[in-house]
Design a protein around this ligand. Structure first.
Ligand SMILES: Nc1ncnc2c1ncn2[C@@H]1O[C@H](COP(=O)(O)OP(=O)(O)OP(=O)(O)O)[C@@H](O)[C@H]1O
Ligand SMILES: [Mg+2]
Length: 222
């Protein structure tokens, strides 16, 4: 099977005044279709930087990122935005739901950004049901528990049927039991829908759910 995403000899440096910070130094990684892949490493090791590059939210300083056969690292910002809307989904550590919108409206949101679809309501209903929140559609984020908010965020990430979901420390703001439930939910959706997941974590118990764990330290894969 062909790889869904590849990172080839990627480096990322940030310039802050006269100081150059190397966040990634020559990282290469292939993500297989259907994989449930964990990126593990201490704080500051480059996990978020790597996920942001895979998610086409940012461009590498050097090296190549290929997503589903397309050379993302060479794209203009607007083509990268199209690629994100069409093929990628995101889950964040702090959930990042829009506070004034209900769970339904948060999940609906990415469907309204892309090309018009006829089946918006059916998709939103199915996505909320898939994460076990069919009965919370009218709740705002402040009326949901942390675990429920992250479920809404997972429904929002999956409602467009992306090929790849990037989840940056999705369990870090949850107690360990709820964190385990969230990773189990992502794992089930990965198996049922064949959606590829790349997620980062510090937590060895969460890593156990992964097909494969890649370790990063000081911007390099071990
Ligand atoms: N926008 C930026 N400008 C300057 N330096 C940055 C920027 N973003 C990240 N860095 C630096 O790059 C390195 C990697 O950061 P990154 O956020 O990828 O680490 P991380 O593994 O996600 O850490 P954490 O577990 O704390 O989230 C760090 O040394 C960080 O200080
Ligand atoms: Mg991070």
């Amino acid at each position: 099977m062909s790889d869904l995403a590849t990172v080839k000899d990627v480096s990322k440096t940030y310039r802050l005044g006269t100081v150059t910070v190397t966040a990634l130094a020559g990282v290469s990684l292939a993500v297989e279709r259907g994989e449930f892949l964990a990126v593990a490493g201490p704080s500051g090791s480059g996990k978020t930087t790597l996920l942001n590059l895979l998610g086409c939210l940012d461009r590498p300083t050097s090296g190549e990122i290929v997503i589903d056969g397309e050379l993302a690292s060479a794209m203009s910002p607007s083509r990268r935005a199209e690629l994100r809307a069409g093929k990628l989904g995101f889950v964040f550590q702090t959930f990042n739901l829009l506070p004034v919108l209900t769970a339904w409206e948060n999940v609906e949101y990415p469907l309204l950004l892309g090309r018009r679809r006829a089946d918006v309501a059916d998709r939103v209903r199915a996505a909320l049901a898939d994460v076990g929140l069919g009965d919370r559609a009218r709740h705002r984020p402040s009326e949901l528990s942390g675990g429920q908010q992250q479920r809404v965020a997972i429904a929002r990430a999956l409602v467009t049927d992306p090929a790849l979901v990037l989840a940056d420390e999705p369990t870090a703001n949850l107690d360990s039991r709820t964190g385990q439930e969230i990773v189990d939910l992502m794992r089930r959706l990965n198996r049922e829908r064949h959606t590829t997941f790349v997620f980062s974590t510090h937590d060895p118990r969460i890593m156990k759910a992964a097909d494969r764990v890649v370790e990063i330290s000081d911007g390099r894969l071990l």
